[in-house]
Design a protein around this ligand. Structure first.
Ligand code: HOZ
Length: 427
């Protein structure tokens, strides 16, 4: 494939943008390649500046569950744009999306819109601290909750990919309030909570870890966390920025039947425009300024364009059979890739929850960061490059999730499986 315009643009970008990208995960550095510059996208396909077309499983890192440029979303956003794109004042659109979120996720009684997942998790933690009058927080190694100081501790996603799970620039005095337990290991949580009795404000978790690859919770793990939080007066926060409206309309909490005190959302609820949200029990949310004293604000929070894209996306997700169809496509793809690896005699450990899928380059089970970090990342890098050559665009890291959209056709899935079969054989 010809990549000359992407190569030139990347060279140019590095003079004006650190590393040439506006978010580290976009760089292909860990897979030994240069990033593609994308010109446009439609449905399941993205097209780069050299006019190469790829089947896209990044989906803007999660939001594009409908595929790119769904005509209903595009038309509504265009219409909203005609009325003005930002007022810094309340709009009916914010009320509509808030009510849709509350209806979809029963644990959310009130919700505040922000502009990114990072803002959502950062603000949820401040609120949990304000509510409990406690300082410490507990997260899990390999989980990623955006890049605020307190959460950039043993973090997944780009932080893990680029080897900076504890970033320089985070003051030790901030990080010392963050405790880190092992995902899927309730004893590691109990021990930390006991050692810090009465001091832990919240436990924040991706109920389906999606930033160290895709790691589902083991049976009983989330339930045990719920019980521990209730017993100890700790606020349980589900970070559903990735899993919300992705694995089911009501998110991971609907799938597993476990109710958190607070939830953070993003990605899909913005339909591809910049959005985050955090919500939960009224008792907690009403402590937020201006109804309470915990301060949080944002010039573009609840932006009309983003609200519109979110509303239209959520409307389309309510079509009967939507999630079943998405699940069928995803299980077909995941099983097809696993079979292709097996037929090629190549060991992978395959995971999937709904349309979140991952092929770990590991012959052992992956259930936490320690096991994820033993993957053969060099082999993944080669696989990534081979797949790209075959016209399949995956996330450029072993420690990310692949997202299937409703726009992926049977032909896309079959071509992807065929590409995987060829790539595994070439490894
Ligand atoms: N959660 C996304 C990656 N796992 C965020 C995308 C980004 O960091 O740019």
């Amino acid at each position: 494939m010809q990549n000359s315009r992407s190569v030139c643009l990347f060279k140019q970008a590095q003079n004006s943008i650190p590393g040439g990208v506006n978010s580290p995960v976009r760089a292909f550095r860990s897979v030994g390649a240069d990033p593609l510059f994308i010109k446009r996208a439609s449905g399941s396909q993205i097209i780069d500046e050299d006019d190469n077309t790829y089947i896209d499983y990044v989906g803007s890192w999660g939001p594009m569950i409908l595929g790119h440029c769904h005509p209903q979303v595009v038309a509504a956003v265009k219409q909203t744009m005609d009325n003005g794109c930002s007022f810094g004042a309340p709009t009916e659109l914010e009320v509509t999306l808030a009510e849709m979120v509350i209806k979809a996720v029963p644990s959310i009684e009130m919700v505040r819109m922000v502009s990114s997942g990072t803002e959502a998790t950062m603000s949820a933690i401040r609120l949990a601290r304000g509510y409990t009058s406690r300082d410490k927080i507990l997260k899990f190694s390999g989980c990623y909750h955006g890049h605020s100081d307190a959460l950039l501790v043993k973090a997944g996603s780009g932080a893990a990919t680029f080897g900076v799970p504890d970033s320089p620039g985070v003051p030790a005095d901030f990080a010392k309030h963050t405790l880190t337990a092992r995902f899927n290991d309730i004893e590691s949580v109990r021990t930390l909570v006991a050692e810090n009795k009465g001091q832990v404000a919240c436990i924040i978790i991706e109920p389906i870890a999606g930033n160290m690859g895709t790691v589902p919770p083991r049976e009983g793990f989330l339930e045990a966390l719920r019980k521990l939080c209730t017993d100890e007066g700790i606020v349980l926060i589900f970070d559903e920025v990735m899993s919300g409206f992705r694995v089911a309309y009501g998110g991971a909490q609907q799938v597993y039947g476990v109710t958190p005190d607070m939830t953070t959302l993003g990605k899909i609820i913005g339909g591809g425009l910049p959005v985050g949200a955090f919500g939960g029990k009224k008792e907690i949310m009403s402590l937020l300024s201006p109804s309470g004293g915990v301060y949080q604000a944002g010039t573009l929070s609840g932006n009309p364009l983003a609200m519109t894209a979110g509303i239209e996306t959520l409307k389309l997700l309510q079509r009967p059979g939507f999630y079943q169809e998405l699940d069928d496509k995803s299980s077909y793809l995941s099983a097809g890739i696993a079979k292709a690896a097996k037929d090629a005699g190549y060991p992978i450990y395959s995971t999937r929850v709904g349309s979140m899928i991952c092929a770990f380059f590991n012959k052992n089970e992956v259930h936490d960061w320690d096991s994820a970090s033993t993957c053969d990342t060099a082999a993944f890098a080669k696989y990534f490059r081979l797949m790209l050559e075959e016209g399949v665009y995956l996330a450029p890291s072993q420690f990310e999730t692949a997202f299937v959209s409703i726009a992926h056709s049977q032909d896309d899935l079959d071509r992807t499986i065929a590409a995987a079969a060829k790539s595994f054989k070439a490894l």
